[in-house]
Write a protein that binds this ligand. Structure first.
Ligand SMILES: [Zn+2]
Length: 459
């Protein structure tokens, strides 16, 4: 039996149409259409006011096409300016903590767009904060990165992350300015991501914790993952001290620091057999001795360890230290090892509620996302956004820029300046901005975001 029709020319308008269609009822007996209204007892057929109010509460704000239009227009209006900034940063790459040009370009631009800008924020020469607020309400943080890689330039596409940060902040600002949302947006300029320094220092100084309630950012890559997996990483410098001697005339008088290093290498190689499939240890020799005819008195190496959760790192650290100590004992050398002083780069906890909102917006553009399991399996890289994600709900989705090249390659550097990559960035950025605006608008949604954050941290 067909549901009652309110009229043959009824139009489907926005998402409310599906809500109201779900409220339509099937009559108990067949009725002639023209008698429909008189035949229904309104009190019996219509849902209770309370039910409607609850259902309205659950309606997604992304259905507010007017607000989406405001965000899109604000970002479209600055498209040419963003493209020019992106190409400028691509043509003038700067490595971590030396991003002087990017700092100037980005802060000048944000000031011209009406943000309150703090240059050199929190004691770093190339970090900044740009704020805009109106009325009371929640506070959305956005991160921009802009450092390049030595020898590779923008091999990780941080020129695109920089303009994505600008556009997300400007899109959210436009939503606030329209009067349809209130609260605050803060863009954090976070230097030296490739060195895993910027955000860790900002977290240590409570830059995020004291200023925003959630934090969002995007990263270009070769695929679209809303739950992009980023694992924890820590690093260690190890040195061995022996005694020099003539390598041929009196080798027995020497204590060979290179033997200690080789022993360490072998110890780690054997240790790998008993590590979890998700653990990683990799490194380089930074000093292997000075001359073949001198027993090396000093050697050094630099290792990274990675685990899926930062809480697992001490297990690996202990094993590494045992390899160092054992090699020193076996060769008679002294050993010194120094774990990174700033601390571990944590894994990224993606807030599923916000990640799904971002993905729902991207799906409207035809983007398909693999299953969560597939996305997690693809993890291998790390980012200092992880440390922010343990302080507040965060998302750091990855989006494809029409390349099959992996990040940190010459091919990816080339891809990061194409018009296709720019368009991909703008599209993903609109979806990120809409997610941020949802946090400002919808208290029930924000509560779910926070609830998810608590559940993730309890795991
Ligand atoms: Zn990167």
């Amino acid at each position: 039996m067909a549901p009652i029709q309110l009229g043959s020319d009824q139009e489907q308008t926005g998402c409310l149409s599906s809500f109201f269609s779900s409220c339509s009822r099937t009559p108990k007996q067949e009725l002639n259409e023209k008698f429909v209204y008189s035949a229904i007892d309104p009190m019996e057929q219509l849902p209770a006011y309370q039910d409607i109010a609850q259902a309205m509460d659950k309606l997604d704000v992304k259905c507010d096409s007017e607000l989406e239009h405001i965000i899109e227009s604000a970002i479209n209006d600055i498209d040419a300016e963003l493209r020019s900034i992106s190409l400028d940063l691509h043509a003038h790459p700067e490595t971590g903590m030396k991003e002087v040009h990017a700092h100037q370009v980005l802060t000048d631009y944000l000031e011209s767009k009406g943000f309150k800008v703090t240059r050199h924020a929190y004691g770093m020469e190339t970090s900044f904060m740009a704020e805009y607020s109106r009325g009371s309400g929640r506070r959305v943080g956005v991160c921009a990165e802009y450092d390049g890689l030595p020898g590779l330039g923008q091999g990780c596409g941080h020129n695109l992350i920089a303009i994505s940060g600008l556009a997300t902040a400007i899109g959210i600002k436009a939503a606030i300015e329209s009067g349809k949302a209130s609260g605050k947006v803060v863009l954090f300029g976070t230097p030296a991501e490739e060195l895993s320094i910027g955000k860790i220092r900002l977290v240590a100084k409570r830059a995020f914790q004291d200023n925003v309630d959630v934090c969002v950012m995007l990263h270009p890559t070769s695929y679209d993952h809303q739950y992009a997996a980023f694992i924890a990483v820590h690093d260690v410098h190890v040195e061995f001290f022996g005694s020099p001697s003539h390598a041929s005339a009196a080798p027995w008088k020497g204590v060979n620091a290179l033997d200690a290093l080789v022993q360490t290498w072998n110890g780690i190689s054997m240790m790998r057999q008993q590590l979890l499939p998700t653990d990683r240890v990799h490194g380089i020799v930074t000093d292997g001795g000075q001359a073949p005819n001198v027993i090396p008195e000093h050697t050094s190496a630099f290792f990274f360890i990675r685990t899926t959760k930062h809480t697992q790192a001490p297990r690996l650290q202990k094993k590494m230290e045992a390899c160092f100590e054992a090699a020193a004992l076996a060769t008679g050398c002294k050993v010194k090892y120094t774990w990174r002083e700033i601390g571990i780069t944590k894994d990224v906890v993606q807030n599923q509620v916000m990640a799904d909102t971002y993905a729902a917006h991207m799906e409207k553009y035809g983007i398909k996302f693999p299953s969560e399991e597939e996305q997690i399996r693809a993890g291998g890289g790390s980012t200092d956004m992880g440390n922010v994600s343990y302080e507040m709900p965060c998302i750091h989705p990855a989006y494809g820029i029409h390349t099959t090249a992996s990040n940190h390659t010459i091919e990816f550097t080339a891809a990061a300046k194409t018009l296709a990559a720019h368009k991909d960035t703008i599209r993903a950025t609109k979806c990120l901005a809409a997610t941020g605006v949802e946090v400002l608008l919808n208290e029930e949604y924000y509560n779910r975001v926070q609830q998810q954050f608590k559940e993730n941290l309890a795991q």
